[in-house]
Design a protein around this ligand. Structure first.
Ligand code: ARG
Length: 562
C-alpha cells in the first residue's frame, strides 16, 4: 500500500519514491486511513504550515484507487478496496497463466552453470542443492523475459580418470558396472585409494593413464567414454525425477581444445609466470593466492577450464550475466577466475556471479557422500513419494491419478524443503517437516492450490465464466490482505531474480497460502448469491494462478486435486 501511495505522491512532490516511503506511516486505526503522510518535514521547503500543506495536497491529488483526506498535519489515504480487488483480479485472470512475468530482460541473455556433478564420483548433496537452486534461477530469469542458457558443467575430465582406468583394469567387472555404474565405479575408485596407500606405484600408473587419455589413446578414450555414458544415464534418473532439463551438457572435457587460447592470451598479456616448474597467474596484488594454470607435468586443471569456459560462453552466447551455482567452499576459486578475467581486460567479468549455498543435512546429520549419494537421493525421493501416497490415501482415497499426484507431492516436498531456506543457510531434511501438509512445506502450498481448484468444481463453474468481478464483496480484512499480497507477485519475482534467491518466492508462496486459508475459513465462498460467489471465486482463482506460477518457478508441480 505504501509503495502505491508513494508513487501517487511522487507525482505531486519533488521527492523520490524512496524518500516518500521512508516518511509514510500506518495510522493507528482504519478510520484514519490505510496509510498516512506526515507533512511536517515539508514545512520549510513549502514555507507553509503542515496543516495547510496537507490541505493543499488533498485537493491536488486524484487517483482511481486511492482517495485522500487531510486530518491536521497528516494526509490520510484510503484505498478503494472494491475497485482495487476488481482491477487486480481481472488483470490476473486476463493474463491467463503469465501473471507476474515481465519483459525486463528482453534481448538479454543469462547463462546459469548448475548441478555439474563429477563423473564416476558420487552425485553429492551439494550437487543436489545446486540442481534445485539453479533450476529455480533459470525459471526466474525466463519469467522476466531473459534468454536463459542452462549449462551442466560436468566434471568429466581430470586425474581421477587415470585412477579409475587403473582400478578398472585391476578390479573392474563390466557386468557389475553396467548394472550399478556409479556405485560400482565409486567402489573401485575408493579401493584404488586404499591400495595406493600400500602400493604408491599405483599413483604413477594412474598418472600415466591420464596422460594417455590426454594424448588421445584409444583404450583410454574408450573407457572414459563408457564411464561418462554410464554415469550420465544414472544422473538422468535423478534429473527426470526432479523434472530438471539442461540446454547443454558441456563438461570440462569440452574445453580440451580450448585451453591453448587461454595460455596464449595470458602469455601475450604478460600474466603468466613460472613457479617451480608450473605456470601460474599471480594475484598477490589482490591479496589472493596465485592461480595454477598449468601443472608441472603439463596437465591442465580446473581453473584453466573455467577460464576457457568463460571465454567460450561469452563468444557463443554473448551473455549479459552468468551465474555459477556452486557450494560455498569454491568461493575463492571463483574470485580467482573472475580476477584473472578482469586482469585480461574483460570488463564483462563484472557480470559473473558465484551463487553459493550452505550445507545440507539429513535428520540433522551430515551425510557421508562416500558410498554414493545418488543411491541415497533416489531412496529419499522414492520414500518421499511413498509417504505422500500414504497421506493421500488417508485424506482422499478416491483420488483418480493418485500415482502421479503422489510423485508431484513427494518430490515437491524435497525440493521445497531445500528452497524455502535462505540459500546460504544450512538445510536440514527431516521427513516429518518436509511432508507436513500443515507446515511450511511444498505439500501445504500444493494443497492450498488444490483447494482453490476444488472450489471451482464445487460451484460447477469454469475459469472462463469468471469475469466482471464485483469488488464490493471483497472488502473484508482477509480478502483485502490477500489482494495486497497477490499484487506483490511481479515484484517478488524481480527481487528473487536480482538476489538469485529462490527462497523469496518460496516464503511468499507460504504467505499467500496462509492468507488464502484465512480467507477461506472466514468467508463463505460458495453461496447462493451469484455475484458474491463469482467475486470470491475470482479471488480464489487469482490466488491459484499465483500459486501455480510460483510453484513452477521453484520446480514443483501443482496437482488439481490432492
Ligand atoms: N564439478 C564441480 C564440483 O563438483 C562443480 C563445477 C561447477 N562449475 C564450474 N564451472 N566450475 O566441484
Amino acid at each position: 500500500m505504501k509503495q502505491y501511495v508513494a508513487k501517487v505522491l511522487s507525482q505531486s512532490l519533488d521527492l523520490s519514491v524512496e524518500d516518500i516511503l521512508n516518511l509514510l506511516e500506518t495510522p493507528p486505526n482504519r478510520e484514519m486511513g490505510d496509510v498516512a503522510f506526515p507533512c511536517f518535514s515539508l514545512a520549510k521547503a513549502f514555507r507553509k504550515a503542515p496543516n495547510q500543506i496537507a490541505e493543499d495536497l488533498s485537493r491536488q491529488l486524484s487517483d482511481p484507487l486511492v482517495s485522500c483526506k487531510a486530518i491536521g498535519p497528516y494526509l490520510n489515504f484510503y484505498f478503494d478496496r472494491a475497485k482495487y480487488a476488481k482491477q487486480l483480479i481481472e488483470t490476473i485472470l486476463d493474463k491467463k497463466n503469465t501473471y507476474g512475468e515481465s519483459e525486463i530482460g528482453k534481448g538479454k541473455t543469462v547463462v546459469v552453470d548448475y548441478s555439474s556433478p563429477n563423473i564416476a564420483k558420487p552425485f553429492s548433496l551439494p550437487h543436489l542443492r545446486s540442481t534445485m537452486i539453479g533450476n529455480a534461477i533459470v525459471h526466474l530469469y525466463q519469467a522476466l523475459g531473459y534468454q536463459v542458457v542452462g549449462i551442466n558443467h560436468l566434471g568429466d575430465w581430470g586425474t581421477q580418470f587415470g585412477k579409475l582406468i587403473v582400478a578398472y583394469h585391476k578390479w573392474g567387472n563390466d557386468e557389475v558396472i553396467r548394472k550399478n555404474p556409479i556405485e560400482e565405479l565409486v567402489k573401485i575408485y575408493v579401493k584404488f585409494h586404499e591400495e595406493a596407500e600400500k602400493h604408491p606405484e599405483l599413483e604413477d600408473e594412474a598418472r600415466q593413464w591420464f596422460r594417455k587419455l590426454e594424448e588421445g589413446n584409444d583404450e583410454a578414450l574408450r573407457l572414459w567414454k563408457w564411464f561418462v555414458e554410464e554415469s550420465l544415464q544414472e544422473f538422468s534418473k535423478i534429473y527426470d525425477l526432479l523434472g530438471v532439463h539442461f540446454d547443454h551438457f558441456m563438461g570440462e572435457s569440452f574445453y580440451n581444445d580450448k585451453m591453448d587460447r587461454v595460455i596464449q592470451e595470458l602469455t601475450e598479456k604478460g600474466l603468466l609466470q613460472e613457479s617451480e616448474g608450473a605456470m601460474i597467474v599471480d594475484l598477490s596484488d589482490l591479496n589472493m593466492p596465485p592461480v595454477l594454470i598449468k601443472k608441472k607435468d603439463g596437465s591442465s586443471i580446473y581453473a584453466t577450464r573455467d577460464l576457457a569456459a568463460a571465454l567460450y560462453r561469452k563468444d557463443a552466447f554473448d551473455f549479459d550475466k552468468m551465474f555459477y551455482v556452486v557450494g560455498n567452499e569454491q568461493a575463492l576459486h571463483f574470485q580467482q577466475v573472475f580476477a584473472v578475467l578482469k586482469k585480461m581486460g574483460y570488463q564483462w567479468a563484472e557480470e559473473m556471479k558465484h551463487v553459493p549455498f550452505g550445507l545440507m543435512l539429513f535428520e540433522n546429520k551430515k551425510m557421508s557422500t562416500r558410498k554414493g549419494t545418488i543411491v541415497l537421493l533416489e531412496e529419499v525421493l522414492q520414500k518421499s513419494i511413498e509417504m505422500a501416497d500414504q497421506i493421500i490415501a488417508e485424506k482422499n482415497p478416491d483420488l483418480p491419478n493418485r500415482e502421479e499426484t503422489a510423485k508431484a507431492v513427494g518430490v515437491g516436498a524435497v525440493i521445497f524443503n531445500d528452497l524455502k531456506q535462505h540459500r546460504m543457510h544450512e538445510v536440514n531434511f527431516s521427513w516429518e517437516d518436509a511432508l507436513n501438509f500443515e507446515g511450511e512445506t511444498g505439500p501445504y502450498v500444493q494443497y492450498t492450490n488444490a483447494r482453490t481448484r476444488s472450489l471451482l468444481r464445487k460451484a460447477n463453474i469454469s475459469e472462463e465464466q469468471i469475469h466482471s468481478i464485483d469488488g464490493s464483496y471483497l472488502t473484508g480484512e482477509a480478502a483485502w490482505a490477500l489482494s495486497l499480497l497477490l499484487n506483490q507477485y511481479p515484484d517478488i519475482l524481480i527481487k528473487a531474480a536480482n538476489r538469485a534467491e529462490p527462497s523469496i518466492v518460496a516464503r511468499y508462496l507460504l504467505d499467500v497460502s496462509a492468507q488464502f486459508n484465512r480467507f477461506y475459513h472466514q468467508e463463505r465462498v460458495i453461496t447462493e448469491n451469484e455475484k458474491e460467489q463469482i467475486a470470491k471465486l475470482g479471488l480464489s482463482t487469482a490466488t491459484s494462478k499465483v500459486l501455480q506460477h510460483g510453484l513452477s518457478i521453484l520446480g514443483l508441480k501443482a496437482p488439481e486435486a490432492i
